[in-house]
Design a protein. Sequence first.
Length: 144
Amino acid sequence: MNNTTHSVKAKEIEKKWYVIDAADRPLGRVASEVAKLLKGKHKPTYSTHLDCGDNVIVINSDKIVLTGNKLNQKVYRRHSGYIGGLKETPYKDLMANSSDKALLLAVKGMLPKNSLGRQLLTNVRVFKGSEHNHEAQKPLNWEF
């Protein structure tokens, strides 16, 4: 009787490509689904310390919605590191000008804060329109 636990190796991981249509969906719901696909939590071979997730293409990021009154109340803050270097951008402006950046920031916040998280973030591509340039990878539609 073999009672050993199988640990997946990096060369055994098979990566797929998925397309998510973000039109008329809440920002957080799309971001959490993208983070789940990037980490590989939907696979039986999931391992916390490896990049066993898939590549994700998100289209129609300009049609993502924010629920409630978040569009007017939520603020994106960043700091330059210098005194008085706090920059604030309302989400109304962020969604109008760079909705792809808003989605990437949301996904980044849901990934691990280490080198693995930075590596996983390179596997997501966000497009404002419904067209993308990754047809050669034969991406599958992901419904949730």
